[in-house]
Structures are given as C-alpha cells and as structure tokens.
Design a protein around this ligand. Structure first.
Ligand code: FE2
Ligand code: FE2
Length: 479
C-alpha cells in the first residue's frame, strides 16, 4: 500500500490502477487542473526550470527528491500516510470504535463540507501569490515561493481525491467548483475571508506563510485525528509539507528584521522608531513590520471561526474533527460535561468565562495556535537580543481587529482594551498598515535574479535549500 506508483499519469500510493472509475474521474479532472495552474497559478516562469522537491514516498526518511522541473510538469501525486493497524477513533461519540474506511451515511454532508472548506484554501493561496515571482528578492526566495505553490496544488489534489473517491457525483461537482471559485473574485470568491485578501508584496507573503499557513497546520492537525481514516491519513501527509511553508514564512520575516537591524547599526540610527531614516536606506522599518503582524495575525484568527460554535461541536461529537494533538490531551475526549475558559467581551472589558467544552472547540484551537505563534515571535525577538537593538515585536490581543466570533462586534486596541468606535477610527492607522506603508513596501519590490544576490531589504538565508551553495541557481529564469 505504501509503495508509490510513479509510472502512471497521477503518481499515487492508493492503488489507483485497480479503481478504474476513480482513475477515469481523476484523469478527466487533470487537464482542467493544469489549465487552472497555467491561468491562475504563477504568472511567468511556467517554462523555467525550478529546483523543486517532489514527494516520492511517505516514509519519514527520504520522502522527497530534489531536482529541476518545469512547474506545469510537476508530479502532483496522491499520497496518504501509511494505514495504522487497528486504529481506533480517539474522541467524540464514537470514541474507541474502529476508524471508518467508508463515509458514514449520517455524516456524509458534514464530512464533505469539512473537505471542501479545507480544499478551497489550497488553490486560493496559489492565486493570491501569483504575481510574486515577478518581484522575488532572490532566486532562493523565488524557488521557495514556487515550492509552496506546487505543494498547495498537491494539497488540492489530496482533497479532490477524497471527494472523487468517496462522494460520487456531488463529490465530482465539488471538485469542479474548487477550480471555479477564485480568490478575490466579486461573484465567485473563495469560501474564507483571509483567502480573498491580496498578497501583493513579499513581506505579505512571509506573514501569510507564517500566520495563515500555521492556521492550515492547526486545521490539518485536527483533521488528522478524524475517525474517517482516509481523511486522517491524507492530512497527516500534508503536514509533512506544511512545515516548509511555515519555515519560509518565519525565516523570511526574520531575514527582513535582520537586514533592518543591520541598516540601523551601519547608519548609526539610534531610534528604531525613526521610520523615515530606515526607509531612506531602503529597509523596512520595524514599526511597519509590527503593523503587518497585527494585520495578518488578526485576519488569520478569524479563520478559526466563532470561538463558541455549534458546527465545531457537531463535528467533534461526530468524531470527524478532533482537537490539536487530541490523543495527548488528558481528559475523557468526549467533553459532555467539562468546561473550557473562553475570553469574551463582557461589561466593556475582556473577561474569561467557563463555557461548555464541546461548544468551545474553536476557542481551544485558537489558544493552541496563539501559543505556537508566541514561539515564532520569540525567534524574531531573538534577533534584537543578538544585534543589541532595543525593540520588541508582539502579537496583538485576540480581541484586536476581529470580524468573526466573540469580538466581531467590538473594537479593541492591540493591548486588548475595548475602545469606542471613534477611537478606533482615529487610531487604527497607528496599529494597521495604511496606504503609504503599503506603497512604500511595494516600492522596494524589485526582482533580483543574479544567483547568490539578495534585494537590499532582506538578509541572505543561513543555509541553502538541500545543502546547496550560496550562489546556486535555483530558478533558470531565462529558460
Ligand atoms: Fe496546504
Ligand atoms: Fe501551506
């Protein structure tokens, strides 16, 4: 089963050649997918040779190989983590029962919805990032962008496989629709808000891969607990690739911070808040980096859905979607009588209230996500410690700039104090990037394609991809 068949059009370890109905459905979908990739995927570079990793197996050792490939010829495969023998459901009403290999009839609609929502985010991010190749700060970064893009494409394949194999005709229709919706479209937008925001510049891309791909990780971790075994195995393998996306984001921002600290020191700028001086040397000032964090983090928190959610309770109860690292949590995994502390706006301030744990599944996932983000901020702040710059980046409070959930109806400052709408309107550009900030960032975005060279606003990475040397030509642009 874990043997990967690379001889067929669609590489897979799901024995596709013995399921002719499914094979035909996927082969019919394939040209439509490639057409989508060429029209909605990366602009330009479709004929360039790119140094990419391709998943070729599902063992933790040696699951990927590196080599030059033209993106439209990338081998998007269907790969599931190995089946665990005698796996049992770990939570919800069906706790302890054997996992399902077929869709349980009573949960069909709920399960399809979960798969479609996850599937929709994958092509959306490719669409959001399609122009970035043209302004890549180096070949190294350009390659990383394309790596993330082809893997999001593979994640779409993973969800389409589940839809086509397990959901018959409506699954096929959903698979078609995944290629019809478009990020930012007025009439057929992507399902979730953050996936309709533009990613116009590289700082946005690094923030997106830090914060929004990390939401992806949390969702995949929860789906990897699923009682529906094919979904659990699919998402578990997707997580292997997700790690690199978050690496690209975290180290990307870190390199911007490093470069800015260098500019501060080299030019004897003693006040890190002196925006104009840093900008005059072509660096991205630290207050603007903070504003970008505030924006991307708050928009991503909205992706978790309402903290108190009947949908989340239902899919937990149905044993379809668990919690982050469900099996490591020390409780009854049913949550019928326990409570969970949830932050809510009460009497003009944020207060903690104990809510039924089952309804608070999303609140808990948010908490796990926030803890994960705190660790990223520590890494970024470490740069200040090592360069002796007196500055600290912070995550804004969860109540800040929210459009979904408990805090959707109130305004809050980054410290989490509830404020009036007037104060919000007066002060929001202190906390969120305004047009001039975004225009300034855009003005720095110019393509750098000389191997080993980096745009002025970002430091070189510590190491190459797959041990390649500093001047490695990751993308043969002129091909
Ligand atoms: Fe993904
Ligand atoms: Fe990702």
């Amino acid at each position: 089963m874990t043997q990967v068949d690379y001889s067929s059009l669609i590489p897979n370890n799901v024995d596709l050649s013995s399921d002719l109905r499914l094979k035909r459905a996927l082969e019919a979908w394939y040209p439509k997918y490639v057409e989508w990739w060429k029209t909605m995927g990366p602009v330009g570079f479709q004929d360039s040779e790119v140094y990419l990793r391709t998943a070729i197996g599902v063992d933790s050792e040696g699951w990927a190989k590196f080599g030059f490939v033209k993106m439209p010829e990338y081998r998007w495969g269907i790969l599931l983590s190995p089946q665990e023998e005698d796996r049992r459901i770990g939570f919800g009403q069906h706790l302890g029962e054997p996992v399902w290999q077929e869709v349980p009839g009573e949960y069909r609609a709920m399960l399809r919805r979960l798969i479609v929502i996850q599937g929709d985010t994958e092509p959306a991010s490719v669409e959001q990032q399609r122009f970035l190749g043209q302004t890549a700060p180096s070949l190294y970064d350009m390659r990383n962008l394309f790596q993330v893009n082809v893997e999001e494409g593979r994640h779409l394949w993973a969800m389409v496989y589940l839809l086509q194999k397990y959901f018959g005709r409506d699954g096929r229709e959903e698979a078609e629709d995944l290629l019809k919706r478009t990020s930012g479209s007025a009439d057929k937008p992507r399902i979730l808000g953050a996936f309709n925001e533009a990613t116009p510049d590289w700082l946005s891309f690094f923030m997106f891969t830090t914060f929004t791909d990390r939401d992806g990780k949390m969702q995949l971790e929860s789906l990897a607990q699923s009682g529906f075994d094919p979904l659990a195995r699919t998402t578990r393998f997707m997580l292997t690739e997700e790690g690199h996306h978050m690496f690209v984001g975290r180290t990307g921002v870190e390199r911007v911070i490093q470069r800015t600290c260098q500019i501060l020191k080299e030019n004897g700028i003693s006040d890190p808040h002196d925006i104009q001086k840093v900008r005059s040397h072509g660096g991205i000032d630290l207050p603007t980096i903070q504003k970008k964090i505030n924006f991307h983090y708050s928009v991503t928190l909205d992706l978790f859905g309402a903290e108190i959610s009947t949908n989340a309770a239902n899919s937990f109860n149905a044993s379809l979607k668990g919690r982050f690292r469900e099996l490591k949590i020390d409780d009854d995994h049913r949550l019928e009588s326990s409570t969970y502390p949830v932050a809510r706006p009460i009497d003009g301030r944020v207060q903690i209230e104990d809510m039924p744990a089952l309804s608070a599944i999303n609140a808990r996932l948010c908490d796990d996500y926030i803890a994960d983000c705190e660790n990223v901020l520590k890494r970024w702040n470490h740069v200040f410690a090592t360069t002796g710059i007196d500055f600290a980046l912070t995550l804004p409070h969860r109540a800040f700039h929210r459009a979904v959930g408990e805090f959707a109806g109130v305004e809050a400052n980054p410290q989490g104090e509830l404020i009036s709408e007037t104060e919000w309107n007066d002060r929001q550009t202190e906390w969120l990037p305004d047009d001039s900030d975004l225009q300034f960032i855009l003005s720095l975005m110019q393509q750098t394609t000389e191997p080993g060279k980096y745009a002025n606003w970002i430091a070189a990475p510590r190491a190459g991809i797959n041990g390649q040397p500093g001047d490695f030509e990751y993308v043969k642009v002129a091909a």
